[in-house]
Design a protein around this ligand. Structure first.
Ligand code: SAM
Length: 278
C-alpha cells in the first residue's frame, strides 16, 4: 500500500465513512501490521474475545476468521449500522456504547480483550479495564507510543508515573510492535505501539487494599518532583517513611513499586474498617 500524499483515495473515504476525530478514528490500513497483531493475539476458536472500537473492521474480520464468536464495543452509530449489515448475530455481538462505561465483567471469565484504542481516552480506559483484572486472561492494545512508554517505565525514567505503578502492580506488560503513522488512515500525528497485558496471579499481589495503593500513588505523583515527605505528609509521618526505609529526600519518580505497596499496606493497617451504620 502506498502511503501519505501518494494515496489518491483513502480507504475510509472509499468505504464512505468520514473519520470522526472526537472518536479517535485512525483506521488501520497496513495489512502487515494487522497480521502481526492477530498473530500476537493468537485467538483460538473457543476464546471469549472482545474487541474495543472495531471501526471499519480492520482487526474485526481477521479476528472473526479465527474465533467462533466475537464481542465488540463500539460507540459510533454509523459504524455500528455497518457492522450489523455485514455480520450476523450468531458470529458477532455488538455492544453499543461507551467502552469507558461498559461492564466487561458481564461477559464472563478468562476474557481476552483487544483493540486499536481511541487514543483520546486510552488512559482512563486502561484504568477502567484494570478494575476487571480478575476476569481477564490477557489484553492486546494499539496505543500511542508515549502511553506505552509510560506503562512500562521504571523508577528513574522520566515517563515513570501513576500509570506505570498501577498497571505494573496488576499486570505483566510486554511491548510488542512499533507502528508508524502511515499504517493508519488518517495517519495520527504520533507514533504508536502494540502492548500485551497479562494479569498477575492473585497470590503475587501484596497490597491489602488496592484503594489504599491508588490513594498513595495518586498523592505521591500529584507533584512528582516534590519530596515524598511533602506530597505524603497528610498520610505518613517522617518516622513512618523512615520505618519503611524510604529516605526522606526521595521523590515519587524514584520509588519502586514494592515501596508503594509497603506504604499502601501501612495506610490500610491504620484505616479503621467501615462498620454498619457509620
Ligand atoms: N479497530 C479499527 C481499526 O483498527 O481500524 C478502528 C480503531 S479507531 C483508532 C478507534 C475506534 O474506537 C473507532 O471505531 C471509534 O469509533 C471507537 N471508539 C471511540 N471512542 C469509543 C468509546 N468511548 N467506546 C467505544 N468505542 C469507541
Amino acid at each position: 500500500m502506498k502511503s501519505g500524499k501518494h494515496r489518491s483515495h483513502s480507504p475510509s473515504v472509499q468505504a464512505g465513512h468520514a473519520p470522526r476525530k472526537r472518536f479517535g478514528q485512525n483506521f488501520l490500513v497496513d495489512t502487515g501490521i494487522i497480521t502481526s497483531i492477530v498473530l500476537a493475539i493468537d485467538p483460538r476458536p473457543q476464546d471469549l474475545l472482545v474487541e474495543i472500537g472495531p471501526g471499519l473492521g480492520a482487526l474485526t474480520e481477521p479476528l472473526m476468521a479465527r474465533v467462533d464468536h466475537l464481542h465488540v464495543v463500539e460507540i459510533d452509530r454509523d459504524l455500528i449500522a455497518r457492522l450489523k449489515q455485514r455480520h450476523g448475530r450468531d458470529r458477532l455481538t455488538i455492544h453499543e456504547g461507551d467502552a469507558l462505561a461498559f461492564d466487561f465483567g458481564s461477559l464472563g471469565n478468562r476474557l481476552r480483550v483487544a483493540g486499536n484504542l481511541p487514543y483520546n481516552i486510552s488512559t482512563p480506559l486502561l484504568f477502567h479495564l484494570a478494575s476487571f483484572a480478575e476476569q481477564i486472561w490477557d489484553m492486546h492494545f494499539m496505543l500511542q507510543k508515549e502511553v506505552v512508554e509510560r506503562m512500562v517505565a521504571e523508577p528513574g525514567d522520566g515517563a515513570y508515573g501513576r500509570l506505570s505503578v498501577m498497571l505494573q502492580y496488576r499486570f505483566y506488560l510486554e511491548w510488542l510492535i512499533d507502528v508508524p503513522p502511515e499504517s493508519f488512515d488518517p495517519p495520527p500525528k504520533v507514533q504508536s505501539a502494540v502492548v500485551r497485558l497479562m494479569p498477575k496471579p492473585v497470590e503475587e499481589l501484596r497490597a491489602h487494599s488496592q484503594e489504599c495503593l491508588s490513594r498513595v500513588v495518586t498523592a505521591a505523583f500529584s507533584q512528582r518532583r516534590k519530596m515524598l515527605r511533602n506530597t505524603l505528609k497528610d498520610l505518613f509521618s517522617d518516622g513512618e517513611l523512615e520505618q519503611l526505609n524510604i529516605p526522606l529526600t526521595s521523590r515519587a519518580e524514584e520509588l519502586p513499586l514494592e515501596r508503594f505497596v509497603d506504604l499502601a499496606n501501612l495506610l490500610h493497617q491504620r484505616t479503621p474498617p467501615v462498620t454498619a451504620g457509620t
